[in-house]
Design a protein around this ligand. Structure first.
Ligand code: 48F
Length: 259
């Protein structure tokens, strides 16, 4: 074996992948359950999707189930998405199913990659491209640069739509709000903030809140509730899965009209 070829192969393939994703239909920030499901359905609908995840591992808050008990709960409506991904679930009592969180997230990840989504881990969205009152891309840097607080300029990618799937922190919307004199499509025009845990209301609201929050920028998953001022839900994941599906469907409608 020649180490020079191994090195060359990795560099060539990575840069090929990166270059192919400098201009995409949809850029998704965050590789938790909602971001993965959203990317999967968009890719299945024929669109080019790149997903950027800050951490080494994809999966966000799903790996740990509830309080590190690695099981998740999904309600009747969410089970349809588990079935779509062929994730096994067990009925627990009427309307409640459980799934192994390791099987759930590893399968979501695997099927999303196989559907054609390019996933880039270890990259953080640190800013947005905003042109003519519309979000039209991401400003990215290595997580290692962010962690070390190094003074290194970022690089950019362009996209027709951006999805904030960053969970509780709703980071992309927060950056947009902080850096630009804009009004979001929320009641107050600002991020309304996450409220205390209420599973029933939170699961219902996650779907309602999955929508465009500023031209070109959609929110999905926990970021949707944090943006529009609803509750957190704890380790029930149907809302996350259904929210990803809804975001993909809304963006698909927009992309069909795209000139
Ligand atoms: O938190 P996360 O799993 O978001 P989600 O899809 O699901 C929420 C649930 O896990 C759980 C819950 C529901 O039961 O309340 O918390 O809404 O995944 C968010 C991902 O986004 C990444 C972060 O590392 C995590 O993996 N992330 C956050 N900010 C950035 C980012 C950023 N600026 N750039 C890149 N990735």
């Amino acid at each position: 074996m020649d180490e020079r070829i191994i090195t060359q192969a990795i560099i060539d393939r990575y840069f090929q992948k990166l270059k192919e994703n400098l201009s995409v239909d949809v850029a998704v920030v965050g590789g938790g359950p909602s971001g993965l499901v959203c990317s999967y359905f968009l890719s299945k609908n024929g669109y080019q999707v790149a997903l950027f995840e800050r951490k080494l591992s994809i999966g966000g808050g799903m790996w740990g189930g509830g309080m590190m008990f690695n099981e998740i709960v999904v309600q009747e409506e969410g089970k349809r998405i588990l079935d779509e991904f062929e994730i096994r679930s067990l009925p627990y009592c009427e309307g409640y199913y459980t799934a192994d969180s390791i099987e759930a997230i590893s399968t979501l990840c695997s099927k999303t990659v196989k559907a054609g989504v390019s996933i880039f881990n270890l990259l953080s969205a640190e800013d947005l491209i905003v042109r003519e009152n519309r979000v039209s891309g991401l400003v990215l840097n290595w997580t290692a640069v962010e962690m070390a607080n190094l003074h290194v300029d970022p690089l950019t990618i362009h996209s027709k739509f951006v999805v904030d799937a960053t969970g509780h922190a709703t980071e992309v919307v927060a950056i947009l709000q902080r850096k630009n004199d804009i009004r979001l499509f929320t009641e107050t025009g600002k991020i309304m903030g996450e409220r205390s845990l209420w599973a029933e209301a939170a699961e219902r609201d996650t779907l309602l809140n999955t929508r465009e929050v500023y031209p070109g920028l959609f929110v999905t998953g926990m970021a949707a509730n944090a943006t529009f001022g609803s509750y957190r839900m704890g380790p029930i994941f149907g809302g996350m899965l259904l929210s990803g599906e809804k975001a993909a469907s809304l963006i698909t409608q927009e992309l069909k009209r795209w000139k």
